[in-house]
Design a protein. Structure first.
Length: 261
């Protein structure tokens, strides 16, 4: 999401916060997704998945007892990361408030899973047959339409082992941040991880969004001093990615929070 704020900010400035979902749907319906769409999965996420997915690692696609892990990408847009996570062995779910985005993500996934492009993979250690040549080696891909803050999109109150946030928190009005943190924690299994590619870190947080500047915001929300103060999660990693989308090069950070048991 660059700062073509004439379009993005003006879409939201006269809407109530409760109506922001309609604003995002309108942007999709009027063909404005190029304002944020990067055209491929995040290299930073690919690298961290591949570097922390050895057998006992937190980002391995299977639990120690052999269950395939479930991953969620809220505000997944065209679903690049959903497909990539499936190709790395996770059952991957994308959530979008926009019906148009869900349709575009389904079309992208159908095409991409037929002949996955090299951009889905980095140079990390391989697990078994990786890149997967058989569909059985991949996880499922499913796109759900709904509001992240509601519960009606989830099958049987589904919980996840990995949730990925990129340009989702920064898309939400700051008054929704505490609710974002609570909802994230409620969606994670114990020991599940929230992976945040923090962007934009270079934007003054006092300026209007979206995107809203997030420097310090994830930590404030998720550290043991955040949410309820009861230490619901622990930050396991905080690193500057070597590869990331060009717009965040040199400023993006990756943080990984585990939900405490
Ligand atoms: C800035 S875009 C980023 C999309 C995607 N992460 C990407 O990098 O291309 C934010 C996305 O979040 C979706 N979104 C906004 N609010 C949402 C909500 N409450 N629940 C689900 N999706 C939402 C929008 O439709 C939009 O596609």
């Amino acid at each position: 999401m660059s700062f073509r704020k004439g379009v993005l900010i003006s879409e939201f400035e006269d809407r109530s916060v409760q109506d922001h979902g309609s604003g995002w749907s309108n942007l999709w319906d009027t063909g404005k997704s190029d304002l944020w769409d990067r055209g491929k999965p995040s290299p930073a996420l690919i690298d961290i998945i591949e570097n922390y997915s050895r057998s006992e690692d937190i980002l391995h696609p299977f639990t120690p007892d052999g269950r395939r892990k479930k991953a969620l990408v809220p505000g997944c847009g065209r679903g690049y990361e959903v497909v990539m996570l499936s190709l790395h062995g996770f059952d991957a779910y994308g959530l979008e408030v926009s019906a148009t985005a869900v349709a575009e993500a389904k079309a992208y996934a159908t095409k991409e899973l037929t002949a996955p492009q090299a951009y889905n993979f980095g140079h990390g250690p391989k697990i078994g047959d990786w890149p997967p040549t058989h569909s059985a080696d991949r996880g499922v891909v499913e796109f759900l339409q709904g509001d992240f803050f509601a519960t009606d999109w989830s099958h049987n109150d589904m919980k996840f082992d990995l949730v990925y946030d990129y340009t989702f928190l920064c898309a939400l009005h700051p008054t929704r941040r505490a609710a974002w943190a609570e909802r994230m924690m409620s969606l994670l299994n114990p020991r599940g991880v929230l992976v945040c590619l923090e962007f934009p870190m270079y934007k003054d947080p006092s300026l209007p969004g979206p995107p809203w500047g997030v420097k310090g915001v994830y930590w404030d929300l998720l550290s043991s001093r955040g949410i309820t103060g009861s230490g619901e999660c622990t930050r396991l990693l905080y690193i500057q990615p070597q590869r990331t989308h060009e717009i965040g090069m040199g400023t993006d950070m990756i943080s990984v929070y585990a939900r405490n048991e």
